[in-house]
Write a protein that binds this ligand. Structure first.
Ligand code: NAP
Length: 345
């Protein structure tokens, strides 16, 4: 029924329990779609529903399916009868695991499972959540800005296991699509650092950037900077990439504003008053972070980017899909206030 209408069509979102996945589910419901969400374990359903209820009442338009990136079970059942798939699920990891395959294998094999099931079910389009980690010009070195024509070289020395996993998973997705007969098309959304409102205390690792600043869990401000994009705008770009004909076969970077940790801290202190009392003001010299990085895995993986402005352009998403990301202030303040409201800080 209703394959022409946006309302009434069915979309599968993998990783519905996650931060971006949850906002994709909410945005799809807001636009009239029928939504299925995969979770690894169906016991998560009630927590995901409680978190979503803060944004929208799904009525009877939301259902849950069990599927793990590491196993074949469940993927066909979840995908059968869907018009579209948003493949969002993938393991995160700021700290590098001892064996990069801990991230690479579930990311890559899981993408292949989800996309193979989508092709089999003849869905119109798969939108895969990749990352700017798959569009990087390298670790350390000079400042640069990258666009969608750039592919991260997975053999780059000191490249994080996470960046390897996202690059290899995205590559595998394109390869599978090109080598399998079918009418399904693929687009990828490659987000920068995703921040914005959380709806539960169980949030993505990316949100720790704001959480650590607010709770004073960082001794000072390292010279680290990132392009920041709002989770609501990332969900919106997934839906644009899902429905726009011109998105077929394309990658789209979802990036908005480059900010240094010091900029984020200053914004929080200026705008949140005493709620930002613990936000550090002191700058930490690079050598201190490098030294600490020898002992702390979280820090160790970011030390190569100290002081470098590695930025990403979303001009293509804006030009081709009419996507318009919101200003940094709204993203950071909504993120901070939601963390305070959920009691996380
Ligand atoms: P998140 O909240 O941690 O969500 C990750 C999702 O992946 C969760 O639903 C998780 O399920 C699922 N998942 C992980 N391992 C799985 C497995 N073996 N089988 C099935 N599901 C599994 O993180 P997020 O930030 O929303 O990330 C979602 C996607 O966006 C990922 O592909 C990530 O690489 C990408 N991304 C994120 C950012 C960012 O800054 N946050 C930036 C660029 C790209 P459980 O709830 O069961 O763990």
């Amino acid at each position: 029924m209703g394959r022409q209408m946006s309302g009434g069509e069915t979309v599968l979102v993998t990783g519905g329990s996650g931060y971006i996945g949850g906002w994709c589910v909410a945005s799809l419901l807001q636009r009239g779609y029928v939504v299925r969400a995969t979770v690894r374990d169906l016991s998560k359903e009630s927590a995901v529903r409680a978190s979503l209820a803060k944004i929208i009442d799904p009525g009877n338009r939301l259902s849950f399916y069990a599927a793990n990136l590491t196993a074949d079970d469940g993927w066909d059942a979840a995908t059968e009868g869907c018009d579209y798939v948003l493949h969002v699920a993938s393991p995160l990891g700021v700290a590098d695991p001892k064996d990069p395959n801990e991230l690479i294998v579930p990311a890559r094999e899981g993408a292949k499972r989800a996309i193979a099931a989508a092709i089999k079910a003849k869905v119109k389009r798969v939108v895969m959540t990749s990352s700017v980690a798959a569009t990087s010009k390298g670790v350390g070195g000079a400042d640069w800005t990258a666009d969608e024509t750039v592919w991260t070289d997975p053999s780059t020395p000191r490249l994080s296991a996470y960046a390897q996993s996202k690059t290899l998973a995205e590559r595998a997705a394109w390869e599978l699509l090109h080598t399998t007969q079918g009418d399904t098309t693929l687009a990828t959304v490659n987000p920068a650092l995703v921040l914005g409102p959380v709806t539960s205390g169980d949030f993505s690792e990316s949100v720790q950037v704001v959480e650590r600043l607010l709770s004073g869990r960082v001794p000072g401000l390292p010279r680290l900077g990132f392009n920041v994009v709002d989770v609501r705008d990332v969900a919106d770009l997934h839906i644009r990439a899902m429905t726009d004909e011109r998105a077929a076969g394309e990658r789209f970077i979802a990036a908005a504003n480059f900010a240094w940790m010091g900029d984020l801290a200053a914004l929080l202190r200026e705008r949140l008053g005493d709620k930002a009392d613990k936000v550090p003001t002191r700058k930490v010299p690079d050598f201190v972070i490098r030294l600490a990085g020898l002992f702390d895995k979280d820090l160790g993986s970011v030390t190569p980017s100290l002081g470098h402005k590695h930025d990403y352009s979303s001009a293509k998403a804006q030009r081709v899909l009419g996507w318009q990301p919101r200003p940094l202030e709204e993203t950071i303040l909504d993120c901070a206030n939601s963390l305070i409201a959920t009691g996380a800080v």
